[in-house]
Ligand binder design. Structure first.
Ligand code: FAD
Ligand code: SF4
Length: 335
């Protein structure tokens, strides 16, 4: 049985208290929300905070999904508290209506029990994953660890100076595709960052967020004139992490695609935007040939490493298939 290490636990009631506790703890302190990622990681000694600061009791993070401005409609976008559980997102009636892609991606995450605990903020900050890292301490010790924790070398690419652990959150590529904004609260105030700028293509320093900053809120853009979808590849539909996630967003101008974004998850250390693939469908009606060009174009820069489930050349090939399926779904819904 894997046991948690000893740690001190605090449950502040406000963001201010949480920030003060983190300032006191310094690098020894970490935030926890649902704990469905952090606690298993602590059991494997990936993260070893001596002070754990729970965000679960902070009301400001529990803001229910609500339309901004034009009260009652989603015209001004929707704001979601980062402390909402995935189940709350899945079951929220207006969110399902205005942002079905968000509810769908949340519904595809892990299992009902874990969705009852896991939060939006925790999902967006999810640690990157790798076959050589998501193992017990003893397993990792037997291979002399790796660069991401306790070691010096990357076993996936031994001559590489960087870690290639994989971004594995289902909501991250969706938030990048939607161009959602994250409101971060830190010791020196607040800042708002586009979801795409929240991530870094680095398996170790995979967030641009400072360790003491708290994700307080996620704002989705106004739900009009666009459509989006998310397709996920994994071995077991019941609860596996994505080894490929495709988020596709299009803005319609009548029957034509005026703008588009295609984002790949589970492929790199960050949600990978593939602008050339999006360019291939702008100005089209998502006819078969345009969809195929976009799918082929997206598969080009997708360079999965041999560090998650399935063979990497098959995952690359599936990028083509999943992008095509996602775009066909958007086209068929428009007709
Ligand atoms: C068996 C299993 C299957 C899973 N399958 C999937 C899956 O298919 N897809 C998927 O996306 N995830 C999956 N997960 C991972 C996890 O359950 C979810 O990603 C969940 O949403 C994490 O949220 P949490 O609140 O539990 O995060 P926590 O474990 O509480 O936190 C995760 C990280 O985020 C930080 N953090 C949390 N909230 C905030 C905040 N508001 N501000 C700043 N930092 C914060 C923590 O410090 C920690 O570093 C799975 C987990 C397990 C155990
Ligand atoms: S990609 Fe390399 S450094 Fe990163 S977790 Fe895997 S083996 Fe370790």
């Amino acid at each position: 049985m894997l046991r948690l290490p000893e740690f001190r636990f605090f449950q502040p009631a406000t963001l201010k208290q949480a920030l003060a506790l983190k300032a006191d703890a310094g690098p020894d302190g970490m935030y926890v929300a649902g704990g469905t990622d952090l606690y298993p990681n602590m059991k494997r000694r990936h993260q070893e905070p001596r002070v754990v600061i729970s965000l679960a009791g902070i009301r400001a993070l529990r803001k229910q999904p609500a339309a901004r401005r034009n009260g009652g409609t989603a015209d001004g976008g929707y704001a979601l508290g980062a402390g909402l559980t995935l189940t709350e997102i899945v079951e929220h009636r207006r969110l399902r209506k205005h942002y079905p892609v968000v509810a769908r991606a949340a519904e595809l995450i892990s299992t009902p029990l874990l969705r009852n605990m896991g939060t939006l903020g925790g999902n967006l900050c999810l640690d990157t994953r790798c076959n050589y890292y998501n193992q017990s301490y003893e397993w990792r010790k037997a291979i002399d660890f790796c660069m991401k924790k306790d070691g010096a070398i990357c076993w996936v690419a031994p001559s590489s100076p960087r870690c290639w652990a994989v971004q594995s959150s289902d909501l991250a590529p969706v938030m990048v595709a939607l161009d959602a904004r994250l409101r971060l609260v830190g010791p020196s105030g607040e800042r708002v960052v586009p979801a795409a700028e929240f991530y870094r293509n680095d398996g170790i320093a995979y967030l641009t967020k400072q360790p003491d900053e708290i994700v307080a809120e996620v704002t989705l853009p106004a739900a009009s004139g666009w459509d989006a979808t998310y397709h996920k590849l994994r071995r077991r539909g019941a609860f596996d992490f994505p080894v490929l996630g495709v988020a596709a967003w299009v803005r319609w101008d009548g029957a034509d695609v005026a703008d588009a974004r295609i984002v790949l998850g589970g492929i790199a250390s960050y949600p990978q935007v593939v602008p050339d693939a999006a360019r291939a469908i702008r100005g089209t009606r998502l006819e078969e040939d345009a969809v195929q060009v976009a799918a082929d174009t997206a598969a080009g820069p997708a360079k999965p490493m041999d560090n998650t489930d399935f063979g990497l050349s098959w995952r690359k090939e599936m990028t083509r298939v999943y992008v095509r399926r996602a775009l066909e779904e958007l086209r068929d819904r428009r007709r």
